[in-house]
Design a protein around this ligand. Structure first.
Ligand SMILES: [Fe+2]
Length: 206
């Protein structure tokens, strides 16, 4: 019997925004970021200061990220609302250490900025599309894996890369198998503007 034809169409997709702003990060800013006091965060390290973009040393980086958030709101989300950074911090993974799976609560879009040379081999950031407990793990065979059935996808960031993604997306970082420290900046955002509709009694002014 001849094989019947069929079509597959993507009903919805998950955006991951990526750009490179390495050209605006100065050597002095890199040294300042590396010199921040860090404390333990389960297995890796996190800065004691969780509002680093509020510091004068980060003013130019904050401006560049705000420009990208404005583009994200307008071009990716397609809204006129303002996305603004809430908390911002530096993470450091020592050799042998990765970062546990997590999501970012009380945030709309989260971002990562890679301000140093990345370790070799370069640990990937692994995203998982499932946002809730999965009673069934239906993992596709390796050669049959595609964008429709995969449960995970990865990003291999380079120096200067800025990525933006939904804060509700589960992600982790692979263990650092090099002998160099792996640094990144992470941040959360929220929205300003009006949500919902007055007559629909769903209005919320933020
Ligand atoms: Fe994260």
């Amino acid at each position: 019997m001849a094989q019947r034809k069929f079509d597959l169409q993507p009903l919805f997709v998950e955006p991951l925004f990526k750009t490179n702003i390495g050209d605006i990060i100065t050597p002095e800013q890199i040294e300042w970021l590396k010199g921040l006091k860090m404390v333990r965060n389960r297995t890796n390290f996190i800065t004691e200061d969780l509002y680093i973009f509020e510091k004068i040393e980060m003013a130019s980086v904050k401006t560049a990220i705000q420009e990208m958030l404005d583009i994200y709101a307008k071009e990716v989300l397609g809204v006129s609302h303002k996305l603004y950074v809430t908390q911002s911090w530096v993470l450091m993974n020592e050799p042998g250490i990765g970062m546990h799976g997590h999501t970012h609560s009380n945030s709309v879009i989260s971002g990562s900025l890679y301000f140093t040379d990345m370790p070799k081999p370069n640990p990937k950031m692994v995203f998982n599309k499932h946002r809730t407990y999965q009673q069934l793990e239906l993992t596709p065979e390796r050669e049959k894996t595609n964008i429709y059935n995969t449960t995970v996808n990865v990003v291999e960031p380079q120096k200067g890369d800025l990525i933006l993604f939904s804060s509700s997306l589960q992600h982790y970082v692979e263990p650092n198998m090099s002998n160099q420290k792996r640094y990144s900046i992470a941040f959360n955002t929220f929205i300003k503007g009006k949500l919902g509709d007055y007559r629909d009694v769903s209005e919320l002014n933020l």
